[in-house]
Design a protein around this ligand. Structure first.
Ligand code: 6PG
Length: 247
């Protein structure tokens, strides 16, 4: 069956995008609460999600979201301690967890302070324990938020890396091509088995790579390999990052 075509959601600017995404999240989380089932969501790091977390952390959303049904995982993590400025978990804690009462047991962070190979195995076990598996015995996240690097990477799956070819593990150890920094990342099979995958991309520095991926021009960018098997893939863009495709 051909992959489902991406849905494009274009917003005036990063603030409007974050507002809409926060409302989408509120609706999804409260729907899960209504059916008393968890929503297993994997978050990306980098800088883009910060505004979204800030929207969730303050009124009106903070009080209107049934947090007890939300389980947060991470798409990837830098191999640094949680209090390191580079930590993706640390960024989420600063912009979200420090401002809401969120159940600790629903935070499934990647222990960036651990040995990378050991942690990749441990985190994969935690995912299997909490995230229901789909028909291919792969954990199926309800929602995965992805960022996009200007080189076309997503998660910590970098162009030309072995991780791009990994079809058997749930998590892998990656290496940043420029800094050599070790990362732990979800692999493509897990990302592509999510029910919903949302790219959050803002800023004109991403416009060219967004256009290359969405027009099919770039087939080698890791983000171009994100084609959920049975789920939806959507692109939350602002005018700056989507400028090339709206011309
Ligand atoms: C990370 C990410 C990475 C990020 C992109 C975009 O750990 O850095 O998960 O994939 O999402 O590099 O980063 P920005 O949001 O900072 O542009």
């Amino acid at each position: 069956m051909p992959p489902i075509l991406p849905q494009i959601k274009m917003f005036e600017d990063a603030d409007e995008l974050a507002d809409h995404l926060a409302m989408d999240f509120l609706n999804s989380a409260n729907l899960a609460a209504e059916f008393k089932c968890p929503i297993n969501m994997a978050l990306s790091g980098g800088s883009t999600p910060a505004l979204f977390f800030q929207k969730l952390a303050f009124v009106p959303h903070r009080k209107n979201i049934s947090w007890q049904h939300v389980h947060f995982f991470w798409v990837d993590e830098r191999c640094v301690p949680p209090d390191d400025p580079d930590s993706n978990y640390g960024m989420t804690q600063k912009h979200l967890f420090d401002h809401i009462s969120f159940p600790n047991e629903n935070i499934h962070r990647i222990f960036g302070e651990n040995d990378p190979e050991v942690e990749a195995k441990r985190y994969a076990k935690e995912i299997i324990q909490f995230v229901p598996q789909n028909f291919r015995n792969l954990p199926q996240f309800d929602w995965i938020l992805l960022g996009l690097g200007s080189d076309g990477h997503t998660a910590s799956i970098f162009p030309g890396s072995d991780v791009l070819e990994d079809r058997k593990n749930i998590c892998a150890v990656a290496t940043h091509p420029n800094t050599g920094q070790k990362r732990i990342t979800l692999t493509l099979p897990v990302i592509n088995h999510a029910k919903r995958v949302s790219f959050l991309v803002t800023g004109e520095n991403k416009a060219s790579v967004v256009a290359k991926i969405l027009t099919g021009e770039s087939k080698s960018s890791p983000a171009a390999f994100v084609r959920p098997v049975n789920g939806i893939v959507e692109w939350y863009l602002d005018q700056a990052s989507g400028t090339v495709i709206i011309r």
